[in-house]
Structure formats: C-alpha cells, structure tokens
Design a protein around this ligand. Structure first.
Ligand code: FEC
Length: 314
C-alpha cells in the first residue's frame, strides 16, 4: 500500500460572501474591527472586481486540486500517495483546520507550502509558524518549503508571460525595448528591512532573472497594495511609479506582479482598476501579465519543490 504524505497548501484566503468581509477584515487586522468607512471601502473594492467578487477562493480550490493531480501523476514515487489539504491564513478552512484534517485522516508525515514564492517573516513565516504549532499539537511531522523564487520553471513561465505581452505591445505599434516592465509585489512595513528579512532581495532576484530570460531592455521593481496602517510601508508604490514614468516620457508599461500567483483583489482591483485608471489619466498604455493560477507549469514548480522537501525529510 502506498504511504500517504499530506501536503498543506496554504494561501491568503478570501471571504465567502459580502457578509463575511467584516470578519475577514477583522482577522487581517489581528482582531481589531475596521471602522464602518474602512469596511465599506473594502466591500466596494470587492464589488468592483470584474468577473466575480471573490475569485481567490475558486482559484485556490483549483490550484490545490491541480497540485494533487500533478504530484500523483507520472511513474515516479508509486509507493507514495500525496493528499493535499487547504489551509488559509485569514478565512475558512484556516491553516489549523487543514492540519487537523490531516491528523484526522491518519497522516503522520506532511509538507507545507505557501502559494507565494517569496519568503518574509511577515508573510510565509507566519503561515509556517501557525502550521508548525498545530502540527506539533496534532503530532504530524511536518517540513516546510520556505521559498521557490528562483525555480527555473517559475522563471521560465513568468518570462514567457512577459514575452507574450511584449509581443502584444509590438503588434499594437510600440517599440519592444521602449516598454518599461514593472515587476511588483505586495508591500510590507519598512521595519522588515532592519530585521534582515530576505523578501525584498528575493523579489529583486526573481525580477532580474525573469527580465534576463525574457530579454527585457528596460525594467524596474515597484511595490503595490500597501496596507492601510499608520506605519511606513515599503515604496515606491506602483501608482507613484506610474506618475514618475510619465515624467520620464515613458509611454508603454507592462506590470508583472511576480509576488502573486493568482487573480485576486490585489491584482484585479489594485492593478486592473486602480493602476489602470491612473495610467489612463497619464496617457500611459498599461498592460499586465496573465496570472499563473493553475497553469501546469506552475503546478510543476510546486510539485517539484514538494517532492524535493519529502526527499530531504527522509
Ligand atoms: O482577493 C482577496 O480576497 C485577498 C487578496 C489579498 C492577497 C494578499 C496577499 C498578501 N498580503 C500581504 C501582507 C499584508 C499585510 C497587511 C495586509 C492587509 C490586507 C488587507 C486586504 C488584503 N491584505 Fe494582504 N493580501 C490581500 C488582501 N496584507 C484586503 C486589508 C486591507 C488593507 O489594509 O489594505 C496588513 C495587515 C497586517 O499587519 O497583517 C502585512 C502579503 C501578501 C502576499 C503573500 C501572500 O499571499 O500571503 C505579504 C492575495
């Protein structure tokens, strides 16, 4: 009989309905309820998303199913059966629920992976900490993938996404080398820098590798989606960067949000609606690369790093 290995696939999580936005927002804010105005603003952003209010839920469901299929396909490791469990940071099923479900199913060995390629103590680090604590309580032996930001297949699929959009710019009459490629990721509080956090460096490494593989002539990195809190967040923000590029007489901009792997609020609202509106005011032509979602190439990256972690745990 094949040995079952659990895979805890962790993602940010999104509300299930507009009624669930308050609880979700309160969870993100570490138990502090938002003001009525903050809550309404967040609901408005979800409602403005084109093509569905909470796409992250379905996208994560599809990613988890696709990863399980990828892990169990092919001739390798027939003595092992991978069973994927979902664990969300801010919504049901929570990270702890996923670990509990594994334990209930008799899983004693598992790997945890986050659907975000770059490590920060404030992002992937907190997912791992919560999963580890619950795993110890439930007596599940767990190992964790911390980052996979330079995986060759990740760089390859992202560079193909960038090239495809540069082709579109060319078809629309732009000179390829005059398109400014903006790699972006979720901002974090500035204080991570004094903690020696690898997040920024890993993001720059991914950006550089993708730019090189896609033969991008002109690129830079920018932050996006900073939280609405009083402390300073890493900048420049993408909206300020667009204004700066307009001063530089740049006309064509391609955003590559390499810190994200799904279509969700931060991509579909912050880039496709908010940044697109600012670009329109500045007379910039802005495009965005397609999100990875459950692309088989992304699933190959995830299954490779999970399998490697299992080998390391032996
Ligand atoms: O579509 C959706 O429903 C969810 C979209 C979503 C993703 C996401 C990813 C990341 N976040 C990260 C860090 C922070 C920190 C704070 C914070 C706040 C918010 C708020 C919303 C939100 N985030 Fe998010 N994030 C998403 C959505 N995020 C909504 C609250 C409103 C606001 O302040 O704008 C500040 C709170 C705190 O101190 O914890 C920090 C990071 C990622 C990328 C890695 C990952 O996916 O985990 C880092 C998707």
């Amino acid at each position: 009989m094949a040995t079952k290995i659990g895979v805890l696939v962790m993602s940010y999580g999104t509300p299930e309905s507009l009624d669930g936005v308050e609880a979700y927002y309160t969870h993100i804010r570490h138990g502090n309820a938002p003001t009525a105005e903050q809550l309404q603003q967040l609901k408005d952003r979800y409602e403005a998303i084109v093509g569905g209010v909470f796409p992250l839920r379905e996208n994560t469901d599809r990613q988890v199913a696709a990863l399980q299929a990828a892990l169990n396909s092919g001739s390798a490791q027939k003595d092992v059966e991978f069973v994927c469990y979902q664990g969300l940071k801010h919504a049901h099923p929570f990270i702890e629920d996923g670990v509990e479900a594994m334990a209930r199913d008799g899983i004693t060995q598992a790997v945890g992976i986050v659907l975000a390629p770059h490590y920060s103590v404030m992002s992937v680090g907190t997912y791992i900490k919560r999963a580890q604590a619950k795993a110890e309580e439930c007596q599940v032996g767990m190992g964790f993938v911390e980052s996979y930001h330079l995986h060759p297949q990740l760089i390859d699929v992202l560079s193909r996404r960038v090239s495809a959009r540069l082709d579109q710019f060319e078809e629309a009459g732009a000179v390829r080398d005059e398109v400014r490629v903006l790699f972006s990721a979720h901002s974090l509080p500035v204080r991570i820098l004094s903690m020696g956090d690898p997040y920024r460096d890993q993001l720059l490494q991914t950006s550089e590798a993708v730019a090189q593989a896609a033969g991008v002539a002109s690129w830079q990195f920018t932050w996006q989606s900073a939280g609405r809190t009083a402390e300073p967040w890493l900048g420049p923000d993408v909206l300020d960067t667009l204004r700066e590029l307009s001063h530089e007489q740049v006309k064509y901009v391609l955003v590559a949000p390499v810190g994200f792997v799904s279509d969700h609020l931060e991509v579909l609202y912050d880039l496709d609606i908010e940044a697109q509106a600012v670009a329109g005011e500045l007379d910039l032509r802005l495009m965005r690369i397609e999100s990875l979602n459950s692309d088989p190439a992304y699933m190959a990256v995830l299954s490779d790093v999970v399998r490697t972690k299992v080998e390391q745990m032996k």
